[in-house]
Design a protein. Structure first.
Length: 68
């Protein structure tokens, strides 16, 4: 990966980022990503601003801790 360069012009920065993305695509960096071709989980659920807390609690099995 190329070292980050300082960009003062927004268009130059956008061009640089786009080039990095193109290079990554050509190198296959986005091939076989986890979840590719699968539906996005909970996409049809209403927005919850604490989604990340609930996901963390579920992952770490902390639901029972908060109920007591």
């Amino acid at each position: 990966m190329e070292p980050a360069r300082k960009h003062t012009d927004l268009r130059t920065r956008e061009s640089y980022v786009e080039q990095l993305i193109r290079n990554a695509i050509e190198a296959g960096k986005f091939d076989n990503l986890e979840g590719a071709g699968k539906p996005i989980p909970d996409l049809d659920e209403p927005y919850d601003e604490n989604w990340w807390v609930r996901k963390l609690m579920k992952r770490d099995q902390l639901q029972d801790f908060w109920k007591s």
